[in-house]
Design a protein around this ligand. Structure first.
Ligand SMILES: C[S@@+](CC[C@H](N)C(=O)[O-])C[C@H]1O[C@@H](n2cnc3c(N)ncnc32)[C@H](O)[C@@H]1O
Length: 458
């Protein structure tokens, strides 16, 4: 661009929450600029490949958007977490639906009006809904006090996120006890730059009012210090257990699969409830963070599956069984496939406890060995897929097409990957007849989409 300053009117929001407008023939992304707002923007970064640039507001030039609200969190704008907290909740829902509409624009049934995209179902809670807090440990600027928080965007500086309004209040309370306990025990926060120190991350999980704390530490961390921290936390009435997890990775993984876990105090799991079944959850297992809304989603999946007693269903990417247990509870005979062995063990224990007709298989849905394919059997009436954000791998898509069910239920947290997969499924003969977005993460651009597809040819 000619200079590093320009005037921008935001027309829309991108998926990081920045306002997007045009200046000097460039697409400019400006943090904290809502649609309709005008500002002088300072450019921090320009794409070397295309006419696109990223910057921040230097001076506001017009009135604020009527949808601008005061963000709830003290670290808003710094922590990089809930980038839409300054946008009124109804406007967030409209923007989330717009994201789905754009992502699915190339799906023929959508483009030709044979199916409509429903309004986004709002979350019952728009604050305090997260059942898990993830914290990076660091030191404050004076390098005197322990800070628990998040990396400032594009840096190794840790911002204090205690006081976060998005986690359940009990999580914030226990995290602040942890900060004090870590400091009292002289636990040294890990320094990512020099790969030295002890406490790397903390994960604080809540279920049914109980809290589990995982201290993710560099191998060799003083066990005496960890015992002291755990002893302090155990005095909090909600803390049910504290574990230490070794992590020597340099790739940003917080709880690496198969990491050594040591129980420091109490119990190493919490109990969630899914479809009325008690489910043991460890610190690392995938659980949807918004409990009330994810349960509404699971119930809707079950309704759309039109379960009849004895009906065969397959749940791919099953996790600890949020969907599979609901289908089995409604009377389906379910086979579930999940990569994470600990999640499979938890699912097996739940099934045994509740005597439900569900078989869990540990494996990669994109590369299942022949024996596991036999266990899946043929002729399932419904196959549910709930892959990670990047959508179906070609192997998982082939598995799905090979199963050739009359009905597919696709639950997606990645609208763009969903659009790509729906185009591929349409070519193979499946057409969507229901598209319902759900908001599981208020304050963020994230949106979950539930799609039912029927086989119309092939
Ligand atoms: C979005 S979560 C959905 C979990 C579950 N359906 C729920 O609602 O709680 C995706 C799950 O897929 C699992 N997963 C990721 N890659 C996988 C693969 N290649 N094969 C099977 N499972 C996989 C993850 O471990 C995770 O549990």
């Amino acid at each position: 661009m000619k200079s590093n300053r320009c005037e921008v009117v935001a027309a829309r929001l991108d998926d990081t929450g920045a306002g997007v407008g045009e200046a000097e023939g460039y697409v400019v992304h400006a943090a904290d600029l809502l649609p309709g707002e005008r500002a002088e923007v300072v450019i921090d970064h320009e794409s070397p490949h295309k006419r696109e640039a990223w910057g921040r507001v230097l001076r506001r030039l017009g009135p604020p958007s009527p949808d601008r609200v005061a963000p709830a969190c003290p670290a808003f704008g710094l922590c990089g977490g809930c980038v839409w907290q300054h946008l009124a909740y109804p406007a967030q829902l409209v923007a989330k639906r717009h994201r789905v509409v754009e992502a699915l624009a190339r799906v023929a049934a959508v483009a030709e009006g044979r199916v409509t995209i429903a309004d986004v179902r709002p979350s019952p809670l728009d604050l305090g809904y997260r059942n898990k807090g993830k914290y990076v440990a660091g030191l404050d600027e004076a390098r005197e006090h322990v800070v628990l928080g998040a990396y400032a965007p594009r840096s190794h500086r840790v911002l204090d996120t205690l006081g976060c309004k998005v986690v359940a209040p009990i999580i914030d309370e226990v995290a602040s006890w942890l900060r004090g306990a870590a400091e009292a025990a002289r636990l040294i926060p890990y320094d990512e730059k020099h790969h030295a120190g002890e406490l790397r991350y903390a994960v604080v999980r809540e279920a049914g009012g109980d809290v589990l704390v995982a201290l993710v530490v560099a191998p060799g961390t003083s066990r005496a210090k960890l015992a002291q921290v755990a002893g302090t936390l155990a005095k909090h009435p909600a803390v049910r257990g504290v574990v230490a997890i070794d992590n020597d990775r340099r790739d940003g993984a917080i709880i690496p699969t198969g990491a050594r876990t040591e129980l420091l105090v109490g119990e190493g799991t919490l109990q969630e409830e899914l479809a009325g079944v008690p489910v043991d959850v460890g610190p690392g297992e995938f659980v949807q963070v918004n409990r009330a809304q994810s349960h509404a989603l699971y119930r809707r999946v079950t309704e759309l599956a039109q379960v009849r007693p004895g009906m065969r269903a397959i749940d791919l990417f099953a996790g600890i069984g949020g969907i599979g247990l609901h289908l089995a509870r409604a009377g389906a005979s379910v086979v579930a496939v999940e990569l994470d062995r600990e999640a499979v063990a938890s699912l097996e224990a739940s099934v045994e406890r509740a005597s439900l007709p569900l078989t869990a298989i540990a494996g990669d849905a994109g590369d299942l060995p022949a024996t596991a394919r036999v266990a899946l059997g043929g002729s399932a009436e419904v196959v549910v897929v709930n892959p990670p954000r990047k959508g179906l791998s070609s192997g998982a898509r082939d598995l799905l097409l090979g199963l050739a069910p009359p009905t597919i239920l696709y639950v997606s947290c990645g609208p763009e990957a969903l659009g790509r997969d729906l185009v591929a499924l349409a070519i193979a003969g499946w057409e969507p007849d229901v598209i319902e977005p759900f908001d599981l993460m208020p304050g963020t651009p994230q949106v979950e989409t539930l799609v039912r597809l029927r086989r119309v040819s092939g």
